[in-house]
Design a protein around this ligand. Sequence first.
Ligand code: CMP
Length: 139
Amino acid sequence: AIERTLSIIKPDATARNITGKIIDKLESAGLKVVAQKRVKWSTEQAQKFYEVHKERPFYNDLVTFMTSGPIVVQVLEGENAVAKNREVMGATNPKDAAAGTIRAEFAEDIERNSVHGSDSAENAAAEIKLNFSDDEIVG
Ligand code: CMP
């Protein structure tokens, strides 16, 4: 089925000026960018977005990292977009990411891993709603 998922190009990637290289990987996999904006999150926005991880030991560092510079937030659309985006991103830890994936090529470590992608259709809907209004998404 045609799905939508939320994608974020993280501060480690914007700092290295490789957003285009990352978008090329997404588009080459058949994902279409139907919404996109470059923003800088406040601490409150990052805390809310990653609320599911708030009990995890890496939560505070993650919030600090995600507010350390600009990010590019996107809605991607395509056949099985949630799973396809996760395939193109590769494993969370770049050490485990398959060759050719975004994280294998670009991620610096398990935290500075260049991209985020929703992990389920349900979370995708919630994450999209948190970041975009309906009129900012043009399919
Ligand atoms: P992301 O897919 O955005 O979801 C949670 C983020 O936490 C993850 O990518 C990493 O940037 C960061 N993170 C840092 N340490 C860990 C860890 N040990 N396990 C999972 N995620 C981590």
